[in-house]
Design a protein around this ligand. Structure first.
Ligand SMILES: NC(=O)c1ccc[n+]([C@@H]2O[C@H](COP(=O)([O-])OP(=O)(O)OC[C@H]3O[C@@H](n4cnc5c(N)ncnc54)[C@H](OP(=O)(O)O)[C@@H]3O)[C@@H](O)[C@H]2O)c1
Length: 329
């Protein structure tokens, strides 16, 4: 794509859509021109962000020829059909995490994008955080030695409401897909590989979703990740990497801005890595960089990464948790 300005459209005008729209203001060359909401929120959204186009349905929205790339910001249960609609109408796509409900859906979307030579990427914003790059440098410098154990959790206390997307089975709610995806992805990102053995346990609540879930991932050299997610209680959203020479704490790891390094010899370092805007700007920049280079896949968030993470989550759910509408083909 040789255009200097890239036109974005947003599908679904909920809470993350608003954050992303804010972030786009900080991205050079990005122009948000359209929004679509089936529940009637697009007009207000368009007024708030000064957009020339707004739609009350997705079918008309994707026919707008001025839109280059669509950010799919609906709840997970809709990602498959929404992304497919975008691809079938020639739009490049950035889709919120989790990319789909399962690996089979994810693969089908990727195959469709490939066949149509369109760009597609999962919006796992943590991958693009400046602090992650710094953390990878620290690990590679060997400061904490060989990594042995990783511990992380994303547990937040969301008051019970059966209609809330986290508790609603129809919206593919639950802790794993919404929150657990972060520590699982983080463990695989820092080790730069995927587990060879996966086990876990889930506490299924009265609406049928996993309200609390715990994961144990074992990697090829014995590295072990002990991870949790929950929507019924809160805990510090921290991730700790334990190595043979010390450990690194990453506070607020799902979008970090600080690393705390504690070595076994008593040395302690704090590294601040601030981010610009609200952080969603980095994933948008990656999409635009890829589009400008006519790439259909990001090197930082690859198709392989998306599929592997979906496969891990499929495995963790096993037969205990199925979502309505999961078998779409
Ligand atoms: N990257 C991050 O940090 C981050 C943070 C939060 C969420 N997320 C992800 O972003 C996605 C959206 O999350 P959100 O918090 O923005 O969700 P949300 O505000 O609850 O809903 C987003 C949109 O989904 C559609 N929707 C929601 N509930 C629906 C229902 N009951 N029936 C029909 N449509 C419904 C609506 O689209 P319309 O406007 O068209 O009606 C709504 O505006 C999720 O996949 C989530 O995992 C990512």
């Amino acid at each position: 794509m040789s255009k200097s300005t890239i036109n974005w459209g947003i599908m679904g005008c909920g809470s993350i859509a608003r954050e992303f729209a804010d972030a786009l203001k900080a991205v050079p060359g990005a122009k948000l021109i359209a929004a679509a909401s089936k529940s009637g929120k697009s007009r207000q959204f368009a007024e708030e962000f000064n957009l020339p186009y707004y739609y009350d349905n997705y079918e008309d929205f994707v026919k707008n020829e001025s839109i280059d790339v669509v950010y799919v910001a609906t709840t997970h249960n809709f990602h498959y059909e929404n992304v497919m609609l975008c691809l079938n109408n020639g739009k490049h796509v950035l889709c919120e995490k989790p990319f789909a409900l399962n690996a089979k859906q994810a693969l089908k979307l990727i195959e469709t994008a490939k066949a149509k030579r369109l760009f597609i990427m999962e919006a796992m914003w943590t991958r693009f955080s400046p602090a992650l790059s710094r953390l990878m440098d620290v690990i590679k410098e060997g400061l904490i030695g060989e990594i042995k154990v990783l511990k992380g959790q994303f547990c937040i206390d969301v008051p019970f409401d059966p209609k809330h997307r986290l508790y609603n089975l129809d919206l593919a709610g639950g802790a794993l897909l919404d929150l657990g995806i972060y520590p699982i992805t983080f463990a695989c990102m820092v080790l730069e590989k995927y587990p060879v053995h996966i086990t876990g346990s889930m506490n299924i609540g009265k609406t049928g979703v996993d309200e609390e879930s715990h994961y144990l991932l074992k990697f090829d050299k014995g590295e072990t990740a002990l991870l949790s997610s929950a929507c019924t209680f809160s805990a510090p959203v921290d991730f700790t990497l334990y190595g043979t020479k010390g450990h690194i704490i990453v506070p607020n790891f799902y979008f970090p801005s600080k690393l705390i390094i504690k070595l076994n010899d008593g040395d302690e370092q704090h590294i601040d890595v601030p981010y610009e805007s609200n952080g969603k700007n980095y994933e948008a920049m990656e999409v635009m960089e890829c589009l400008r280079q006519n790439k259909t896949e990001s090197d930082k968030q690859t198709f392989y990464d998306t599929i592997k993470i979906m496969e891990i989550m499929d495995c963790l759910r096993g037969k205990d948790l199925k979502y309505p509408g999961e078998s779409v083909f």
